[in-house]
Design a protein around this ligand. Structure first.
Ligand SMILES: NC(=O)c1ccc[n+]([C@@H]2O[C@H](COP(=O)([O-])OP(=O)(O)OC[C@H]3O[C@@H](n4cnc5c(N)ncnc54)[C@H](OP(=O)(O)O)[C@@H]3O)[C@@H](O)[C@H]2O)c1
Length: 298
């Protein structure tokens, strides 16, 4: 049994990792900003560490004495100043990992994080990978997943009120996409077994590449609109739409820039797809949840 700290334990990846590790018999330190949101993990046996990840002293307490840490970079889509906040949080996370001399770190990054510039929001994960590279006392596994299927939930209001699946991605461009549960399973295995040494990178590419035209057909199928079409938006309109939906304008611009980087082939797999980075869960597994979320919209 090991002692493992899990950042973002109420989020997509962290919640599943925390539950998985508890089921494997590990002692889990579940991290997040709200004891209330972490309560179900406490009931399953996790120890709660409540605090803000911009606070290095809190992080050092949560990481101290742990055998391994799941380190991720949260962000609040409504908060202005995305890059500055990410730098503050990223530095706090790495200095706490360094001070606590955590033996094994599994860090959530992204496809495209090897690129220093021009990838919008992903530049923050490139910078975090650079900071993690300075850790001298840790074996570090950086997971670089594809785009999350769960991002499709954000497009459902546009489907309901605008009549199409609309985004800035090129309609026929095949893009690797992944279910967050598959990232969680890969992270769980790494945290459980800790069978790597040094600093490593692992891509996670989901079950296959999908174009946005294909996504529209699949999403249309699960919500009962088989004729649903994809509409490519100009980058500026996509950013404006995100800002109108409540995303901070600077972050909306960075998300549109990321879409441009994908469209222009600058964010892509470095390893190439293979059996080791192809993960099992298809989009259809999210079908019932997508349908329920669509039907719940007013
Ligand atoms: N979406 C994509 O397609 C994609 C692709 C590749 C990589 N990524 C990366 O994946 C990461 C997101 O992972 P995820 O989806 O598992 O997380 P998530 O579902 O967005 O959840 C964020 C977690 O962080 C916690 N949190 C938020 N702000 C915090 C703060 N200031 N201090 C401490 N905890 C905080 C939240 O808990 P509380 O709110 O309860 O505190 C929650 O548990 C991001 O770094 C993103 O760049 C995303």
């Amino acid at each position: 049994m090991s002692e493992i700290a899990v950042m973002g334990a109420t989020g997509h990846t962290g919640s599943v990792i925390a539950r998985n590790l508890l089921a494997l018999g590990h002692r889990v330190r579940a991290m997040g900003r709200s004891a209330e949101r972490l309560e179900s993990l406490r009931q399953q046996g996790a120890q709660l560490h409540v605090g803000n990840c911009a606070d290095a002293a809190y992080l050092e307490r949560a990481f101290g004495g742990a055998d391994a840490v799941y380190a991720m970079m949260p962000f609040d889509p409504t908060a202005p100043g995305f890059m500055a906040l990410q730098r503050t949080q990223g530095q706090a996370i790495v200095s706490a990992l360094q001070a606590a001399r955590v033996p094994h770190v599994v860090a959530l990054s992204s496809l495209g994080a090897e690129q220093p510039t021009g990838t919008g929001v992903l530049v923050s994960l490139h910078e975090q990978e650079q900071r993690l590279a300075a850790l001298q006392h840790s074996h570090v596994l950086k997971l670089r997943p594809a785009m999350f299927f769960e991002g499709l939930f954000n497009l459902l209001p546009g489907v309901k009120y605008g009549g199409s699946l609309a985004d800035a991605f090129a309609p026929d461009l095949p893009i690797p996409m992944i279910a967050t549960r598959d990232i969680a399973d890969a992270a769980t295995a790494a945290l459980d077994q800790r069978g790597w040494t040094g600093h490593r990178v692992r891509e996670l590419l989901g079950p296959g590449d999908l174009s946005h035209n294909q996504l529209a057909t699949l999403v249309g199928g699960v919500i009962g609109q088989p004729a649903l079409a994809y509409q490519q938006l100009p980058y500026e309109s996509a950013a404006q739409g995100m800002a109108q939906a409540g995303i901070a304008p600077d972050l909306a611009d960075l998300l549109a820039e990321m879409a441009r980087a994908l469209n222009e082939g600058r964010v892509r797999t470095v390893e190439g797809r293979n059996a080791g980075n192809t993960t099992p869960t298809p989009l259809q597994a999210l079908g019932p949840a997508l349908k329920a979320a669509y039907e719940a919209l007013p």
